[in-house]
Write a protein that binds this ligand. Structure first.
Ligand code: ZN
Length: 294
């Protein structure tokens, strides 16, 4: 079994080295045949999560060379976890085609393949899902954050720079709506916002119907609502986001690695980054998620 698993890993790397550069229009099944063939899913009827099956390997093979280990670990490097890479040039990522998104966005291939299956199933129930946000690299998040930090973009209808002097208070205000660069799950390509980012949208009518469908079925496709209602189980972090769903077969491993590899002191390179340790951004915001998604 162990060797079988490693054969899959080697096939994956062989496949990546030998595939032509993904032009963003291929489907996951044509872009990565070895992964697709190897993907096994637990029986959805008993509502278990899909088996983790991609490049994020817990490697335990003593015969693995140092180079191979380094190459695997490079895939879950600090840089990747903090969004410092280019998803348009990364073979693990794929451009999201129409009709799943209406602007240019990228996502991890396996997560996209599963989203497509969920999209088809929902369509049969009269529900249409569209991805409104997917991978956002560090620089994209930095632009959003710094505009708010420096008072060029309003937060809750106000410019923060002149009104909120204390860096900790200012960061907390921005964190109500936006992640700090380096700490967003949108860096990973496993997390998506579906249909709307307006809380009111999901309270009634079609939005409510969509949310009820997701809570009933998204787990069958590996997706979990990481920003669940705040309360005893989730005492801190972002407010509830009914639109934000995370593809656990990859993101669970990334959450674990983030906890191991990244500290508040690693968060730097943008205006206001000195507030990261003051608000314990890793513990409270990155790891302050729905416990059932961990
Ligand atoms: Zn989101």
């Amino acid at each position: 079994m162990k060797y079988c698993k490693w054969l899959v890993v080697l096939l994956f790397f062989w496949s990546c080295d030998n595939q032509p550069q993904n032009d963003g229009t291929q489907t996951a099944s044509t872009a990565l045949p070895s992964i697709e063939e190897a993907t096994t899913t637990n029986d959805n009827s008993n509502n278990t999560k899909p088996v983790i099956n991609d490049s994020l390997i817990k490697f335990d093979n003593p015969n693995l060379s140092e180079e191979e280990k380094a190459r695997i670990m490079d895939k879950i490097s600090k840089k990747y976890l903090m969004g410092q890479f280019d998803p348009t040039k990364d073979e693990r990522f794929q451009k999201i085609p129409n009709p799943y998104a209406d602007k240019e966005m990228y996502m991890r291939k396996e997560a996209l393949a599963s989203f497509k299956k969920m999209h088809e199933a929902a369509k049969k129930d009269g529900i249409k899902f569209r991805i409104v946000s997917a991978t956002r690299p560090f620089n994209a998040q930095k632009a959003i954050w710094e505009a708010k930090w420096s008072g060029k973009r309003k937060v809750d209808g106000k410019l923060l720079s002149p009104t909120v002097k204390d860096p900790k208070a200012r960061a907390i205000k921005i964190l109500r709506w936006s992640s700090m660069p380096s700490t967003s799950r949108h860096h990973w390509g496993t997390d998506i916002d579906i249909n709307s980012v307006n809380p009111a949208y999901f309270e009634s009518g079609q939005g409510l119907k969509e949310y009820e469908w997701l809570t009933a079925h998204a787990s069958e496709y590996g997706f979990c609502q990481v920003y669940s209602p705040m309360g005893k189980d989730r005492p801190f972090g972002y407010q509830e986001e009914k639109w934000h769903w995370s593809y656990l077969p990859i993101s669970q491993e990334l959450t674990t690695e983030y906890a191991k590899q990244i500290t508040d002191q690693d968060i730097s390179g943008f205006l206001g980054s000195e507030s990261a340790p003051l608000i314990e951004v890793v513990k409270k915001y990155v790891l302050g998620i729905n416990p059932t998604c961990k």
